[in-house]
Write a new protein. Sequence first.
Length: 129
Amino acid sequence: MMREDWRLVGEALLVGRRKFTTADGGLYKKGFGQWCRESGFGDIDQRVRTDAMWLAQEWEATQQLLVGRPGLCYPPNIRELYRELTADTAEPVIPPALPDPKSSAPLEQTKTSEPVENKDDILSWDNLQ
């Protein structure tokens, strides 16, 4: 199958998956598996189905990476290449700012947490206005 065919398979699988998504965002796997078999996707390996859904969701991002690779069509291979090519693109870690060494002001010591004995001592929006 061609890459576009796998995208269409992934989109169809996403429609089926939405039918079996639970209220808390989980997946009713048994029902989805049954739907896959009844809808003609049962002969596709579970990993390939997962990668086809991923391909459908990440279609735009993958197409930029696949320019010049017309023979690369199988979703697991595309996803593997995507991981390899994007592995080094993590967000740079910015270290926290250090205090100005020229400043002579000592750092303030913070008080340890103590239980509040009086409710009026608790800051609230009403107290600040």
